[in-house]
Design a protein around this ligand. Sequence first.
Ligand code: ASP
Length: 332
Amino acid sequence: MKHLIFCILICASAAYGQKPPVPAIVIHGGAGTIERSNLSPEAEAEIRAVLQRALDTGYSILENGGNATDAVMAAITILEDAPQFNAGKGAVMNDAGTHELDASIMEGLNLNAGAVAGSSIIKNPILAAHEVMLRSPHVLLAGKGADQFARQQKLSIVENKYFTTEEVLAKWKKMKAQKQNTRGEAAPTEREFAKFGTVGAVAIDKEGSLAAGTSTGGMMGKMYNRIGDSPIIGAGTYADNNTCAVSCTGHGEYFMRLAVAKEISDQIEFGKKPLADAVTYTLVSRLVSMGGSGGLIAIDKHGNIVMDFTTPGMYRGYKHAKGTKTAVYADE
Ligand code: ASP
């Protein structure tokens, strides 16, 4: 019910027939068990400040006539560099205790897309995804090939331990200890670790072009070389100027099986649904009934915005000419 109320508020401008403002940018910093009881006021303030900086940076690009892809990249780069989120610095660790990062970007004008999966030394995987889109004949590069390509493109390269923060390392150790106690049966999605923290952005520029991007460290304790939905075009990320741009966060295996981002686009194109209905149908009716959880941000070709989630909270925010807002919990 909470998510429905939230969605109705955000979509109010569309419901009353007002034209939504364009350009606009929407971001998320992951969905999960984000509750007031487990987030200190200081930590919350820091997170909101980073979200606002990402929004301001992305929006100023749009306001100055820049394109949606550049705005999405700029916003995500800031979130990747912030240790609070599960992307870039602060990314979670796999079962082996190392970081494997995934990212993707797509532009709605021409359906161009690029992605990297399982990268381990690229400081900003979203920039590598963009390079794959621009300067390779491929859509997705994985593992050592992605790292090598990023090096060739002269992107910033770091040691794998650059991504480790004390908080993530402590959680990883706790999770390993729990797994040992339960003979490996403890799933990485259990409540304590189900703070997904992936980052993403969607934007519409002054020309009406859409773009979407997503970046993540994946799921805490994932198997070595596991790849989730975030670098999969159509699952975690999708953009089409005829419909919408979408970036997802949550339990990737479910988002992949439903091809959530493309499904939402299809619901608009073939099901003739408004964006909010397409999201409700895909995220709430279908994903939840399969046992999945998470959230997503989306913007349609008119500039209507949806930020919806099935978890207690999702870091999120938007900015356009009529205002800006950051939010964390379901009741705001
Ligand atoms: N969707 C990501 C994955 O499954 C996790 C997240 O959203 O935090 O890799």
